[in-house]
Design a protein around this ligand. Structure first.
Ligand code: KIV
Ligand code: ZN
Length: 511
């Protein structure tokens, strides 16, 4: 059996369906570049037919990504498939992933179609997709609750029509490992043309079994796993990429296959996705949690010091944990700055962009002296907010906070290029800053989340703030970083307002 396990990342599609995780086109591009750097085989870039914004994002990723296959999801109808086909057209390698539900409950209650009609529609869908690319994936939505005989029938039909990957999703996270493995083994054995395709699984985590189910399926012969960075995804999320990849790598003896993933890019990917979506990673999360490699008990510490493998089955550096490395300081020049950005894979679009970023780097180096990779990444994230979106900008701040007094914020803001003053009191300086901004912006947005993270260690570390706002059903995340967390908070709030102001259209694909 083939010993390559294909990693299909759906952070930008299923991951984005996590409530509150919606991303802008530029944020998606940055994540796609990191996925490519990590050598993900297939990047599901979005659901092109869901909205113009989704179409543009898939297309931009298809244009930018050269090494990974770029895929768009599409329901099994002609319009969706043609939109997906157009969106992936510029890709060096493009895939269309089309799906239709196959469980009795979905066919009867949601689609209101008979099983015969579902098979007929699926076969037609493959035909439309084949007009755009040879690489066509078919998913039987809710396969985890579908009848085995019907799955065999529809899979045989779509393989006959030219599907090249067959995906078996446990859409509602209902399956358990042994039983899911039996399903995969039975499908591979019973579908007559099973050997013509790659068998794939896509597991949701409603019972906390997404990774276990995916790995059980690999043992049963699946050779593609669909997963997301940090396990992001609809409801309780999808199988987590980092856990699947490290399990097959660490226990090759059990799985008999391996991925092509550059595992040292896992932690940077996790941090990037967490920063952009505002979904923090729990400290005890396997592989990418802050404590995943920390030994607290004296017995463990003693053992690791004497012989690392007494308590460690993986090396922290193999998944990209590195001690904060001092990279640049206030005397570093433009070339050192440029080349470190290149090493980090950060794309600087023009000399003008570089000059602007370099000026901000100097300002930061004046305040902070030691600049780490994480600082550079946060600075470049800030830079990624395109000027066109910067309707609101922070010009200057003054805060007053004293024991027994009500905290006050006085801000100078630029609104559509015009400077204006804003002042308010609040229960703390952050609250005062947000209220001051609202005296001018009057956004009507509801604050859903406010979180602060130290980017590096030390009291001079930059604070990275995420603010999530919702208005009229739209949810946006704003980020800001600064050595002063109140300033970082104000920047994050303004970044979220800029996104609301930008009005980029977004529909949740499964609504
Ligand atoms: O969970 C699911 O069934 C999906 C499909 C569209 C693959 O996300
Ligand atoms: Zn899904």
């Amino acid at each position: 059996m083939n010993d390559k396990l294909i990693i299909f990342d759906t952070t930008l599609r299923d991951g984005e369906q996590s409530p509150g995780a919606s991303m802008t086109r530029d944020e998606k591009l940055r994540i796609a570049r990191q996925l490519e750097r990590m050598r993900v085989d297939v990047i599901e870039a979005g659901f092109a037919a869901a909205s113009n914004g989704d179409f543009e994002s898939v297309r931009a990723i298809a244009e930018a990504i050269k090494e990974s296959t770029v895929c768009s999801l599409a329901r099994a109808n002609e319009n969706d498939i043609r939109r997906a086909g157009e969106a992936i057209r510029p890709a060096a390698r493009g895939r269309i992933h089309t799906f239709i539900a196959t469980s009795p409950i979905h066919m009867e209650k949601k689609l209101r179609m008979t099983p015969d009609q579902v098979v007929e529609q699926a076969v037609k869908a493959i035909g439309w997709a084949k007009e755009y690319t040879d690489d066509v994936e078919f998913s039987a939505e809710d396969a985890g609750r579908s009848e085995l005989d019907f799955l065999c029938r529809i899979f045989e039909a779509v393989i006959g029509a030219g599907a090249t990957t067959i995906n078996v999703p446990d859409t509602v996270g209902y399956n358990v490992p042994e039983q899911f493995a039996d399903t995969i083994a039975a499908l591979i054995e019973r579908v007559p043309n099973a050997d013509k395709v790659v068998w794939s699984v896509h597991c949701h985590n409603d019972l906390g079994l997404a990774v276990a189910n995916s790995l059980a399926a690999v043992r049963a012969g699946a050779r593609q796993v669909e997963c997301t960075v940090n396990g992001l995804g609809e409801r309780a999320g999808n199988a987590s990429l980092e856990e699947v990849v490290m399990a097959v790598r660490t226990r090759r003896d059990v799985f008999g296959c391996d991925t092509g993933i550059d595992t040292t890019q896992i932690v940077p990917a996790s941090k990037l996705v967490s920063g952009i979506t505002g979904f923090p990673v729990q400290p005890n999360k396997a592989i990418v949690g802050a404590n995943a490699f920390a030994h607290e008990s004296g017995i463990h510490q003693d053992g690791v010091l004497k012989h690392r493998e007494t308590y460690e089955i993986m090396r922290a550096e193999d998944v990209g944990w590195v001690a904060n490395k001092l990279v640049l300081g206030k005397h570093s020049g433009r070339n050192a700055f440029r080349s470190r950005l290149q090493e980090l894979g950060v794309v600087v679009e023009s000399e003008e962009h570089l000059n602007h970023a370099f000026a901000r780097f100097k300002e930061l180096a004046d305040k902070k002296h030691e600049i780490f990779d994480e600082d550079l990444q946060a600075l470049m994230s800030d830079e990624a907010i395109t000027p066109a979106l910067e309707h609101f900008r922070l010009v200057a701040t003054r805060f007053h906070s004293e024991t027994g007094e009500t905290p006050q914020a006085e801000l100078t803001l630029s609104v559509g290029g015009q400077e204006t003053q804003a002042r308010a009191e609040g229960s703390g300086p952050v609250d005062a800053a947000f209220k001051a901004i609202e005296t001018v912006a009057r956004s009507g947005g509801e604050l859903l989340l406010y979180s602060v993270n130290a980017i590096t260690t030390g009291t001079d570390a930059q604070g990275e703030v995420t603010v999530r706002l919702s208005r009229d059903g739209r949810v946006v995340n704003g980020q800001g970083a600064d050595t002063d967390i109140i300033v970082a908070s104000a920047k994050a709030y303004l970044n979220a307002l800029n996104k609301l102001h930008g009005n980029a259209e977004r529909l949740n694909p499964q609504v």
